[in-house]
Design a protein around this ligand. Structure first.
Ligand code: ATP
Length: 359
């Protein structure tokens, strides 16, 4: 089992310096609004993913008016204790596992799997396609390290290809030979990403359906449609066919960077048709299905970080969720709430199961 035993935060967000120890499988984090509950979950997330769940701007993770942070975690995994240290010092970031710094942070991803469920997740449904790709990518990276390598390479080549398209428009020079090299490389890295996304969704949807039914206590048909240009034919050929159009647009108009997921409820787009309650149930089902897939793949349960669930779900759904995470199939679970008594009551007042930490 994977468990965080201790975390020390120095100048991370609102924490000048603080150490937390976790002894139980379920950890309740309580405190008033703005006391730093979410920031603590984010610190745990950071140790697993080498980045914040909420921001890509490192400066936002640093305590105001200071110039760096340090996070140190002791995690138990498969009977041994692993030390993860993440630091940002004068703008330079370092991540080390057992005092050994990584050359590439991507090598760390997937070793300490975790799933966060947070209020902002509604953006996965309501936001642009980028939000959905980001969610799917974060998931697939944990299952398959090669996926992240292809994705990083693809993004780099995409930037180069777009740069070249701009240069062609500005100078009028013929650069078709170089464009073809980029087309080839884009296809080399884009096709495996497409295949991983497509193959993943088939078996994933029934899991989401089962969890949706369980949480909502009713049956409504949920579906996820994978929208990609790459369904339409050979990606390499498509890139060549689109060269003229891309030269006019000065950007690459086809590829996995334009992929999207469409979430459907009873056949209608969730974004426009579902109620807030239906959307919330779907998001939880989506995230818990993600948890199950990672658990099955890793053969041990990931960490589960639940932010503000009591504010998001009605009482019935919350109690079904609690029943689920209490079961032996779940690993360490962190739950935040403003009310310690409500949290404890949700676990039948059983202090043997849940450790309460007050901010
Ligand atoms: N870089 C930073 N430096 C100092 N303080 C910060 C930084 N980033 C965020 N904060 C502060 O952290 C607090 C928010 O913490 P957090 O979101 O963890 O609260 P919370 O306990 O989860 O609240 P809620 O119950 O409202 O969800 C805010 O007061 C915010 O000003």
């Amino acid at each position: 089992m994977l468990q965080v035993r201790k975390i020390s935060l120095v100048q991370f967000k609102n924490y000048p310096q603080r150490v937390f120890g976790f002894e139980k499988r379920i950890v309740g984090i309580t405190g008033r609004n703005g006391s730093g509950k979410t920031n603590l979950l984010d610190a745990i997330y950071y140790l697993c993913f080498t980045k914040s769940y909420f921001t890509t701007t490192e400066a936002q993770n640093v305590l105001y008016n200071t110039n760096g942070f340090r996070l140190e975690g002791l995690l138990e995994r498969g009977g041994s204790t692993e030390k993860i240290v993440c630091t940002l010092k004068e703008g330079k970031k370092d991540v080390a596992l057992n005092d050994d710094s990584y050359d590439k942070f991507s090598r760390h991803i997937g070793q300490f799997p975790a799933v966060m469920i947070a209020p902002d997740d509604a953006e996965i449904i309501l936001g642009g396609s980028e939000e959905r790709r980001r969610w799917l990518d974060a998931l697939l990276c944990q299952l398959n390290p090669g996926y992240l390598d292809h994705l990083i390479a693809y993004q780099k080549i995409l930037l180069q290809r777009n740069g070249l398209l701009k240069a062609i428009a500005e100078t009028g020079h013929n650069q078709d030979a170089l464009l073809e090299i980029f087309d080839d490389q884009l296809a080399d890295h884009g096709i495996p990403v497409f295949e991983a996304r497509r193959n993943f969704l088939g078996p994933f949807i029934p899991r989401v359906q089962a969890l949706y039914d369980y949480l909502s206590g009713t049956h409504e048909v949920v579906d996820i449609k994978y929208q990609s240009h790459l369904h339409e034919g050979d990606f390499r050929k498509m890139l060549i066919q689109q060269q003229l159009k891309d030269k006019t647009l000065q950007r690459t108009s086809t590829g996995i960077h334009r992929d999207d997921l469409q979430f459907l409820l009873n056949g209608y787009p969730m974004k426009s048709s579902a109620s807030q309650g239906q959307r919330k149930s779907f998001l939880f089902a989506l995230k818990l299905a993600q948890y199950e897939v990672i658990r099955q793949f890793k053969q041990f349960p990931p960490l589960l970080l639940l932010d503000d669930v009591f504010e998001k779900l009605d009482q019935e759904r919350v109690s079904r969720l609690i029943q689920l995470v209490k079961s032996g199939e779940y690993g360490q679970v962190f739950i935040t709430d403003t009310h310690a008594d409500r949290l404890l009551a949700a676990f039948d007042g059983d202090g043997d199961i849940i450790q309460l930490i007050h901010m």
